[in-house]
Unconditional design. Structure first.
Length: 250
């Protein structure tokens, strides 16, 4: 069980794609034709063996276009969890009465999305890959298009009005227990050590996916990129796509 992919929403895919390439040291991505079903086009990039996605609407009145209007700009959009066996996850979702708003079952993948108003915090996808090393949403040769500066997703932050309640719902669906710190913070630990943290909204009152942490594989090059003036680096993180992105091991 791991955070395999995180997605951001933007009005301008070309600009956002260029920014992500510059940040991670990339020169190629994957565009999934399947997202046209939702009135979207996208860019999926590999960082380590996890993935970041940018989605942008090409049709009016899509769920993403409405979200961008509501958030008044680019924002975090979706969290995708890879699980070993989707069946028990599906059973727990149904036990809680959570709505599945999209699902697929093919030889290489089983997956479904849960309505963000039901699970709380964000749109969430649960995915079982066959084989487990694959990730169909990134294309067949994603290993040849990996970021040069960063590795796996090591954490994400979900901002929501009732952090503990939402964390308990996500934990129940995943079949794990939430971890509560001495200061009252609540988080979920993935099997690869990555953490999902749940917090109350900040002063900007934004809810949803508001933070991402990435492992760094080339610290010197990453520092050069962050200090180049292209990004607003405060020594700890940058703000990009309406999300605070930080770098573990930098």
């Amino acid at each position: 069980m791991r955070i395999r992919q995180l997605a951001f929403a933007t009005h301008d895919l070309a600009v956002a794609r260029s920014q992500l390439f510059a940040l991670l040291g990339l020169d190629a991505d994957f565009s999934d034709p399947g997202v046209a079903e939702f009135g979207l086009h996208n860019s999926v990039v590999a960082t380590g063996t996890s993935f970041l996605e940018i989605v942008s609407p090409f049709e009016e009145n899509t769920a993403v276009s409405r979200m961008l209007d509501r958030m008044r700009g680019d924002c975090g959009y979706m969290a995708l969890f890879q699980v070993d066996d989707l069946a028990p996850v599906s059973e727990r979702v149904e036990q809680l009465g959570l709505r599945k708003i999209w699902q697929v079952e093919r030889a290489e993948v089983k997956a479904f999305h849960v309505h963000p108003k039901d699970i709380g915090g964000a749109l969430v996808s649960f995915d079982e890959m066959i084989p487990a090393e694959a990730w169909v949403w990134a294309g067949s040769q994603w290993q040849d298009r990996k970021a040069e500066c960063t590795g796996n997703i090591t954490g994400c932050q979900i901002s929501v009005q009732q952090p503990q309640k939402v964390a308990e719902t996500w934990a129940h669906v995943l079949g794990i227990n939430p971890e509560i710190s001495r200061t009252g913070g609540v988080s979920l630990a993935m099997t690869d050590g990555a953490m999902v943290q749940f917090v109350a909204p900040g002063t900007d009152r934004r809810e949803g996916l508001t933070g991402v942490e990435l492992a760094v594989t080339d610290p010197e090059r990453m520092k050069t990129i962050l200090s180049s003036g292209t990004f607003s680096w405060d020594g700890e993180a940058i703000n990009l796509f309406g999300v605070r992105i930080s770098f573990a091991g930098l």
